[in-house]
Each structure stands twice: as C-alpha cells, then as structure tokens.
Ligand binder design. Structure first.
Ligand code: BG6
Length: 482
C-alpha cells in the first residue's frame, strides 16, 4: 500500500467501536417498480426510460425492477437475515404527491411507506429515509426542476408531509442524495435525467437551489420537529478521492480543484466555518466567465443570509464513496471544451490507473487507500464532523460467487478502521446495495446487490450472494477478520 501513502495495519482481528452501525441502502426508482400504480404520478425517470430511443444502455426501465412495491416484506426478511442495524431507502416524491405539489396527497403512497416502516420496526430494523433520490415529479421538471428557485418551497412542502406522517417512527433522515450527480450529471451534462446538458450554467443554478432547499428542510426539522420526534437529519454527498497523478504543483492543484468542484462545492457551504462556495470554485468560474465575456460569474452569488442559512445545516456528513481517480493538469485541453463548460472551469483531467482492480462499472476501481485519505481530508477540512458512510459498493456482471465484492468490502472496511484509528468520527457504514436493481444509465447490466435478484423469474427471486454471508458475519461479530 505504498501507493497513496496508506499503510494497512497488520492485526488479524480488528473490532468496530461500540455503537457503530451497519446498514444497506436502495433507492425508490431503482427497486420499487409499481411505476404507474395506485395513483402514483410520473417522475423524470419514468419519462426518460420511456423515451425512444432509450437513453439507457440496455433499453430497460424501472417499471417493475425488483418490484419492492409488492415484495417489501421479502426485502425486510433479507434485512433481518443479514442482521443490519438500519436500512436506507428513499421515498418516491411522485408516489406521495403525484403532481409534485402538496395540494393532493396520494393515500396509497403513504400506505406503502407506512407498511414498509412498520414491517421494518417489527423486525428491529431502523428506517433511514432519503427524502430525495433523483426521481423528481415530471410536473415539476416541466417548470424547470432544480433550476427554478421555487423548488425550495416545493421541496419543503413535500418534506413536511414526510415528517408529519412518518416522523413518529423515522429518526434518521437524509434530505438529498448526491447533489453533484443531480446537478452536474442531470443539468450540466447528459449523463442522468433530465439530460439537460446545459454545461457551465445549469449545474451551478441547480447547486445553489439544492443547497437552499436542503437547508430549509433541515431548519424546518430542527425548529418544528426535533424536540418532539428526536431524530437526526443531514445530507449525503458523493465523494470521489482525487489523487495527484504526479508530484508537480500543477497536478496537486488539479487534484484540489477536482475535490472542490466534485464535493467541496456542496460540503464547504454546509460544513466549513466560512460557509459559501469554496474559493477554488468561485475563482475558477469567475476567471473563465470573464474570459468568455459573461458580465458576471456564471456561479450564482449567495447573500449573507443564504450563507448563514446553509452553514451548519446538517447533523452529519453523509459520504457516498466508491472510488479514486488520478488527476492532472493539461493546458493543451483548453479550448477543447464547449464554452462555457464545467470541465473547463474545473481545469483538471481525471483518469483511471490500469493497475487498480476494475469492477463491472467502467468508473469503479478498488482503491481503499483513497477512501482512507478521503476520510482524513474530511476530518481536516471540516473540523471532524460526525460521518455516516451512506453508500459504498462494488458491481459485477452477476453470479452468486462475488469474490471481487468481498475483497472490496473487506479492504474498504479496513481503510475505515484505519481512519477511526486516526480519530475520524465515522459512526456508520452502509453497503450499496441490499438487492440488485436498476442502475440508472446502465439498466440491469451491472449488479451491486448483496442479494441477487433473478429478473427473469416471475417471482423476482432474491438469493444471497457469498458477500451477503461475509457481511452478515462482520455485522454479527462487529469484527473484521483479516
Ligand atoms: C450512487 C447512487 O451514486 O451510485 C446510486 O446514489 C447508484 O443510486 C450507485 O446506484 C451506482 O451508480 P450507477 O450510476 O452505476 O447506478
């Protein structure tokens, strides 16, 4: 582990601290199916997957997927079998509010989540609810979605219903899953719905609105619900580790810029003492905007009141982390990007190292020392916030004998234990995913599940992979046997 300077400890058996929590995660569109049932409205993913030609690799949809809308009791059996402490799932906004607005509540939608939550509690599994995991009601997208500042109120109204209806039993809330993927991949490029591709503009408008929407919901909970419901609420950011490709100061700066654009853009306003967007992001975008004759920076400004509203608006730092990329500066690429451009603003090139173990997903490699460095960096930058690892996982092409996933979980959990030894305040770990599901752009061509779902069987049979047995033993013993 010379690479990255991470030195893996050599003890054979290592224990997780008392109170450390283990879980597994899914998201509504990826597992539920029931896309047009019982009064549910359409979401941007329903529309995207029904577009011709399909933007999805295998042309598939989440119409049925693992059918957890009907098979949720079976899913709870799996949770119990694994022995997880909590299950992180998301609520489909358009199942609760078919048009996105709070004027019309869909009772069968409430019933579904009430049943799921009650079934989990009956089996001693703690619910951890993601309020928004990418499936925006289509009706709101027609009005600009996350680029319309009114979404701050729409999101607040929706979240309030969840607190009112489920908050007596739900004590762990996540406002938004991975704002960067929503804003950059959905609005600034064509990687995810709504495939807007308004690069260099839309992702920054989205970023500000998302931060405000998150903060409003945080304060709503903090001021009106916390005392009665006693829960905890935060946000989850997708955090890749960017390692300089060489020792040059240019490559070091490229790695810093990549981190600040990728997750600092959301972490700095919430978790730093200063608040607001990070200096690197502000400077780079302002400079490029001036060169391109924009009258002012393409990054929207935050007023002092907005900075104050967002700063500190999370009880925990939720980290979804999967991989590491090598990063360098390449001046010859200037002028190669469309104008304006997020990638040009960032000024960093990210590549894979072919020597690192590769998953089925092209973007995913096993680099545990990068995970360790990320946790230490978060401790250093943001004054050691309480961290929940809210996603971490590995994709294969399928099959029950998933040695690659086992190696990945073991090496990343080892890195996590090393970070704990360094004083990082990591409180929980969540495996992505409990079951195979619809993987956004790539449909069913990649499997992340601890449990296989046989999508060709009418029963959508779930079977444990070898990794499920290993994870179960780690949870049971609260130890990693190296
Ligand atoms: C995370 C998302 O970014 O990565 C999950 O929160 C997703 O929803 C997971 O399934 C794997 O990514 P992908 O794009 O391969 O489905």
């Amino acid at each position: 582990y010379l690479n990255g300077g991470w030195c893996k400890r050599t003890q054979q058996i290592r224990s997780f601290p008392d109170g450390f929590l283990f879980g597994a995660a899914t998201a509504a569109y990826q597992i539920e199916g029931g896309w047009y049932e019982d009064g549910k409205g359409l979401s941007i993913w329903d529309i995207a997957t029904h577009t011709v030609p399909s933007p999805i690799k295998d042309g598939s949809t989440g119409d049925v997927s693992a059918d957890s809308y009907h098979l949720y009791k079976r899913d709870v059996e799996l949770m119990k079998e694994l022995g997880i402490d909590f299950y992180r799932f998301s609520v489909s906004w358009s199942r609760i509010l078919p048009n996105g607005f709070a004027d019309k509540i869909n009772q069968p939608g409430l019933d579904y989540y009430n049943n799921l939550i009650n079934e989990m509690l009956d089996n001693n599994i703690t619910p951890f609810v993601t309020i928004y995991h990418w499936d925006l009601p289509y009706n709101l997208q027609k009005l600009g979605g996350w680029t319309n500042p009114l979404i701050v109120e729409w999101f607040r109204d929706y979240a309030k219903i969840l607190f009112d209806r489920f908050g007596d039993r739900v004590k762990f809330w996540m406002t938004i899953n991975e704002p960067k993927q929503i804003c950059y991949e959905g609005y600034g490029s064509d990687l995810k719905a709504p495939f807007l591709n308004a690069t260099g503009i839309a992702e920054y408008i989205c970023a500000k609105n998302i931060l405000l929407a998150h903060a409003k919901v945080y304060h709503l909970y903090d001021e009106s619900y916390r005392k009665i419901q006693n829960g905890t609420i935060g946000i989850s950011l997708s955090c890749t580790w960017y390692e300089p490709a060489s020792d040059t100061s240019d490559d070091h700066q490229a790695a810093v810029d990549a981190r600040q654009f990728d997750w600092g853009q959301y972490a700095h306003p919430i978790f730093s003492n200063a608040g607001d967007f990070p200096a690197e992001v502000k400077q780079n975008i302002a400079l490029k905007s001036a060169e391109q004759s924009f009258p002012k920076s393409r990054l929207p400004e935050m007023s002092a009141a907005e900075v104050a509203l967002i700063r500190g608006s999370s009880d925990f730092f939720g980290i979804n982390s999967y991989t590491t990329k090598l990063t360098y500066r390449d001046a010859s690429l200037e002028g190669m990007y469309p104008v304006p451009s997020y990638m040009d603003d960032m000024g960093a090139v990210m590549i894979k190292d072919p020597s690192w173990t590769q998953a089925q997903s092209t973007w995913l490699q096993e680099v545990p020392w990068g995970f360790y460095k990320l946790l230490v960096e978060v401790r250093n930058l943001y004054d050691n916030p309480p961290v929940y690892i809210t996603e971490n996982g590995w994709s294969t092409a399928g099959g029950l004998l998933d040695e690659g996933r086992i190696s990945y979980y073991r090496s990343y959990l080892t890195a996590l234990l090393d970070a704990l030894d360094e004083g990082c305040d990591v409180k929980a770990y969540t495996a992505w995913s409990l079951i195979d599901n619809f993987e956004w752009k790539n449909g069913y061509t990649e499997k992340f599940g601890l449990y296989e779902v046989d999508f060709s069987s009418p029963e959508l049979t779930r079977r444990p992979r070898k990794s499920a047995h290993i994870y179960k033993e780690i949870i049971r013993s609260r130890q990693l046997n190296l």
